[in-house]
Structure formats: structure tokens, C-alpha cells
Ligand binder design. Structure first.
Ligand code: ZN
Length: 306
């Protein structure tokens, strides 16, 4: 069943010469952003989309921008909303990711689809990266240089950001969320703070977050403020003998109530509690428990409009 989406259609924005952001409103669950770099007849796609239909729509949207389909697809991280659409491009493109992202993709498979069985996912197949890197990599697309920088654990164990030093455009993947709540189910709160510091050092002018509208460097301040608030909320909750779920239920969300998907507070608190008790960044936690507590807090499984 294809259910009508209450969200606006995706759209492209050229943020610098030949540098395009593909934005999928409203940026909530599984409505991720992508990027498309075109220079001198060559092109690179940064991330794909969650469903077959959305990946095909992305392919159609970028087709007029370049005579050739993308030569590379970069996956910023392993999550299905950013990677399930790889197969739509893999005939022509080499899929590139950090080696850890590839192994996470392999073990996650299509698990995400089981969380939202009512979404029309289409005929998906997992297309794993065929080119992996470890420390850092550079792509040279015509006149454009794109640096692939691994950071984390933060959102996942390793996330790749794509940084264009000349244009000062940062494709941050889900390390940064714009108008949506950060999400550290698989990553780290302290690691996210560290990653924000490393992104700040790049001095970006334009930020394409993994979800939500285009942003500037102020998004780094917002993210840092959220993670610090989260750490102090976790410390207060733990001191009061509350579980992460109880702490979330008693919390005054303040400015964070305006962000999409604020229920991510619950898994984020689980992560902050664990780290305060000595868990290392990215340590495997009980993901089912974190997710079911989130559903309990929200009152139901959150809506996914993919
Ligand atoms: Zn993600």
C-alpha cells in the first residue's frame, strides 16, 4: 500500500557552483538529504534515499545536471535511509564508504524496513560499497576536490563527512541534524561533542545536514548545546535514581521540544547514562531496549513518511 505522504516534495538547491543539496522535507524519520557534485562532466552523489521510489526520484532530479550519471556514490554512514537507494545508481557508480560503514551495512541488511512495515519500501537490495577507505580520502571531480573525513563514534561508530574546502560546504551526514533531534542510538554523546569540535575547525560556511533544511555554522552551536544539555540531564536523572525513560518523562524539553523526532531523547539518554558509567564511545548497547523505551515515551512507534 502506498500511503500519501503529508510532507512536501524533495527539491534541489545549488549551494555553490556545481554543488547541489537534495533536500527531503520535513527531515523526519528516514527523510534524509543527499548531495550532488558536478564539475567538468563528472559527478559524485553523496548518499541516496530510503525507498526505491525516493531513490528513483533522486535519480530523476539530478539527471538534468550532468550528461553522465554519477561516477561515485559516497555513503556517509550505514543507515538505510542514506544507503538503501545505492542499487539504483550502482550500474554506473562505484559506491564508496568507510570500511566500518561497509561492515555495519552488511550486518544491518534491510533491518530498518522491519521497524516500519507500512512504508512502501519497493524492491530493495543492499548494494554494499565496493571501494572502502580507512583514514581519509579525497575525490577529484573535475575542478572540485572533496575530502572524505571519518569522524566518530558519534551518530554511528564511524560517519564520513564530505568537505569541500574551496567552497566551504560541508555535507555532514547525520552527525548534524537541522531542525531535527540528534540521534546517538549506535554512536556516542561525548564522541558527538568531539565531532562537532572537529567540524567547527573546518570552518564551514554552508552545512547540508543529514536531515532538515540548509544551515550555516550556527548549527554547530545548536548541536553542541543539545549534547551538553543531554549530558547534564542524564547526570541529574542518574543522581535522582531515575531510569533514562523516567528522566525523559520528567524532563522539560525547552527549546528542544521544537525539533522533529524529540522522542530520540530516550535512546540518547540511554547512551549518556552508559557513558557516564564508563561505557566507551560506540559501545554496543541494547538497541531493542533503547528503541522500545523510545516507543513507550512517544506512546507509539514514531511516524515514518518515507
Ligand atoms: Zn543515520
Amino acid at each position: 500500500m502506498v500511503k500519501p505522504s503529508p510532507t512536501a516534495p524533495p527539491y534541489l538547491r545549488e549551494v555553490a557552483d556545481g554543488v547541489h543539496a537534495y533536500l527531503q522535507p520535513d527531515g523526519g524519520w528516514c527523510l534524509n538529504n543527499a548531495g550532488y557534485l558536478v564539475s567538468d562532466g563528472q559527478s559524485v552523489l553523496i548518499d541516496t534515499a530510503a525507498t526505491e521510489a525516493r531513490a528513483l526520484a533522486l535519480k530523476q532530479a539530478i539527471a538534468p545536471l550532468s550528461a553522465q550519471p554519477p561516477r561515485f556514490v559516497v555513503n556517509t554512514h550505514s543507515h538505510g535511509d542514506h544507503t538503501f537507494g545505492n542499487f539504483v545508481f550502482a550500474d554506473h557508480a562505484v559506491v564508496v564508504a568507510h570500511e566500518r560503514t561497509r561492515s555495519e551495512m552488511e550486518s544491518l541488511g534491510l533491518h530498518l524496513t522491519t521497524l516500519w512495515p507500512n512504508v512502501c519500501w519497493g524492491e530493495l537490495s543492499v548494494e554494499l560499497p565496493t571501494l572502502t577507505y580507512r583514514d581519509r580520502a579525497s575525490l577529484h571531480i573535475g575542478d572540485t576536490s572533496a575530502e572524505l573525513i571519518p569522524l566518530g563514534p558519534a551518530h554511528t561508530f564511524v560517519d564520513t563527512v564530505v568537505w569541500l574546502p574551496e567552497q566551504r560546504v560541508l555535507f555532514a551526514g547525520d552527525l548534524l541534524m537541522s531542525g531535527a533531534t540528534p540521534f546517538c542510538l549506535m554512536g556516542s554523546i561525548s564522541g558527538s561533542l568531539e565531532a562537532v569540535g572537529q567540524l567547527r575547525a573546518l570552518d564551514p560556511e554552508t552545512i547540508v545536514a543529514g536531515h532538515g533544511p540548509l544551515a550555516g555554522p550556527e548549527l554547530l552551536d545548536t548541536a553542541e548545546r543539545y549534547f551538553r544539555w543531554l549530558q547534564s540531564l542524564a547526570a541529574e536523572g542518574a543522581a535522582a535514581g531515575l531510569t533514562p525513560l523516567q528522566t525523559a518523562r520528567e524532563a522539560d524539553l525547552g527549546e528542544w521540544a521544537e525539533l522533529l523526532d524529540s522522542e530520540r531523547l530516550v535512546p540518547n539518554l540511554h547512551r549518556a547514562y552508559a557513558e557516564a558509567q564508563g561505557a566507551f564511545p560506540g559501545q554496543q548497547l541494547d538497541i531493542e531496549k533503547m528503541f522500545s523505551d523510545m516507543v513507550a515515551y512517544h506512546g507509539r512507534v514514531p511516524e515514518c513518511h518515507a
